[in-house]
Design a protein around this ligand. Structure first.
Ligand SMILES: [Zn+2]
Length: 373
């Protein structure tokens, strides 16, 4: 059923279009034009770009159901890739796609887009019974799930959905994720001439060092992590450092553990600032919420049945990483993450197997069938 040549051609075309976050216009336009050529698909885009400061919108397509009592589902992936992808030279060796140039491959998430589109084309060609199937391609996922946040998913009236956006093995799914907090800490000391009046200054770097020494970071528990990611500050070696800005994050599948970790980090900064007579301004943001899909929910059942029907292991996974599914679940639409063949993502070694691409398309097609059963 899966047209291997068409699928691989589509994947090749998609990865060859550069699509950094907030600048996915070319990829979105190309995809929309491709979808418009598929008979029976209604294709449109929303107004996400203007809301999030990007040049592309989310692109949506609808294949109306031919079985009227079947649930409405969506298959989703994101356009944007981490950088760099400009000037990608795609190669294939022993059935593995990779980038020959000094770029990432962008299989995250073009390796989710192509199978979703191929599945819908197969559905049209076979005429198998199905409910409404939406294709939902989002922008600006990599920089904070912005396209999904801007999307009015309730308006689509879908029952549940599938986000094709995690690594192998194909046939496994993510049903449990973390809540993710972002923290920005501004430490405000006092500038002074480093040689003439050092005693008149308050060194923000020293406050930072005191705060971080003994702070619990890294893996806090089996499903809780914390990190300090960036530090910026200072004006010169001859000035007592007056200000440092630190960005940090913490994630956990348990909100209680997450809150305790964030409190711990905040308290360390506040105590160090008090000790040195400095000030801290802390901005704390719940970036996205965790979700847990129950094993007997319909979306999980359909996913597992589809996987089994093709002889895969329908393993349910937990991840501390986020995806558009966090947003759709938070908006009330049960959404599961479907493993694709993308591997070593966000690195120059990113790769994807041809067989994995085909298997993902077969699975996406099977999901449409099982949902209608
Ligand atoms: Zn992704």
């Amino acid at each position: 059923m899966i047209n291997e040549e068409r699928l691989v051609d589509l994947f090749r075309s998609l990865v060859s279009i550069n699509a950094p976050s907030l600048a996915e216009r070319e990829c979105a336009a190309w995809t929309k034009a491709y979808l418009e050529k598929i008979p029976d698909l209604e294709v449109w885009e929303d107004g996400a770009g203007a809301k999030i400061g990007g040049n592309a919108n989310n692109v949506i397509a609808k294949l109306a159901g031919n079985k009227h009592d079947a649930p409405a589902i969506f298959l989703s992936a994101h356009f944007d890739t981490v950088e760099p992808t400009e000037g990608l030279a795609l190669a294939e060796r022993e059935g593995i796609f990779y980038s020959e140039s000094d770029t990432v491959l962008g299989a995250d998430d073009k390796g989710g887009m192509a199978p979703a589109i191929e599945a819908v084309q197969c559905l049209i060609e076979t005429g198998a019974p199905h409910g409404d199937v939406y294709l939902l391609f989002s922008c600006a996922e990599e920089i904070g799930l912005l396209g999904a946040q801007a999307l009015d998913i309730q308006e689509l009236d879908v029952d549940y959905g599938f986000v094709l956006d995690t690594g192998p093995p194909v046939g496994s799914f993510v049903t449990r994720t973390a809540t993710h907090d972002k923290i920005e800490i501004r430490i405000i000391g006092k500038p002074a001439h480093a040689g003439k009046d050092p005693e008149k200054g308050i060194n923000a770097i020293q406050v930072l060092a005191r705060a971080v020494d003994g702070m619990r970071l890294g893996r806090i528990g089996p499903e809780t992590t914390a990190n300090l990611g960036t530090v910026q500050g200072g004006t010169g070696a001859n000035v007592v450092c007056a200000e440092v800005v630190v960005t940090a994050e913490a994630r956990s599948t348990s909100v209680e553990e997450l809150d305790a970790q964030v409190d711990h980090m905040v308290q360390r900064f506040e105590a160090a600032a008090r000790e040195y007579g400095a000030r801290v301004e802390i901005h704390h943001d719940r970036h996205y919420h965790s979700y847990t899909l129950s094993e007997d929910s319909e979306v999980v059942q359909v996913a597992q049945r589809s996987s089994r029907a093709l002889g895969f292991e329908p393993v349910l996974r937990t991840t501390l990483g986020g995806s558009d599914a966090n947003i759709y679940n938070a908006k009330g639409v049960p959404t599961i993450v479907v493993a694709t063949a993308m591997d070593k993502i966000h690195t120059h070694e990113e790769c994807m197997s041809r067989q994995g691409l085909i298997d993902t398309a077969r699975l996406a097609y099977q999901i449409c069938l099982e949902a209608a059963r």
